[in-house]
Design a protein around this ligand. Sequence first.
Ligand code: GLY
Length: 259
Amino acid sequence: MSWGIIATWRMALEGIQEGVKCLQNKGNSGDAIEKAIKMVEDFPYYKSVGYGGLPNENGEIELDAAFMDGDSLSIGAVAGIKDFKNPISIARKLSGERVNCFLVGQGAEEYAHKNEFERVNMLTDRAIIHYKNRLKETVDKGLSPYSGHDTVGMIALDSNNSMVGGTSTSGLFMKKRGRTGDSAISGSGFYVDSEIGGATATGLGEDIMKGCTSYEIVRLMKEGYSPQEAADKAVNDINNLLINSGLRNAILNLSTEKQ
Ligand code: GLY
């Protein structure tokens, strides 16, 4: 049996290497994904995920994450969660819940607290400096503050043919308090079915959600498209639709792109 793990962005490399070790030693895809994404969340210099992530317009770190098991199609997700170290682990735990498996804000924090997940102030000095500089630059140069939102998304396949997907992000820089993008939303930021394949997205959530892009990719793979063909078609179709209808407001990026 073969195994594999793939992710968005260079920031995932060290995590992927851990995931590979896990899968090589007959570990399962859920453990590989959780380990790998935790490494990205824990590294303070990746400024769009986890500790040291991009603040919202109030200077707070609100994080989104999701975990999907491609065997059972179970999903766990958190959105707008503050002050917990590893949102991916909370999302994974939630994927074991039959109901109430997608929690936001205070509800997500209460669940995490009750289940003894580690609390950490996720706002670093570096993120505060970045926030202040960007705020000034945005005002001085009249720029859009809404750039820099690189989600880590991963898909892993283990030697038992089980596939898992995970995402984690601080979302859009300078987002409104409570704003959630695609990363916690099934079918938009991620989708995985062990019988078919999986996809995760990175880019502007507001646009990705318009095309349910990750689900669309998996659906196309089910129709017989290769992963690359399915990703190209899903992205191009929604991109063209948005351009033609005048609704497009950002470039879509998927995991096939390089940083
Ligand atoms: N893709 C991440 C976000 O828009 O929040």
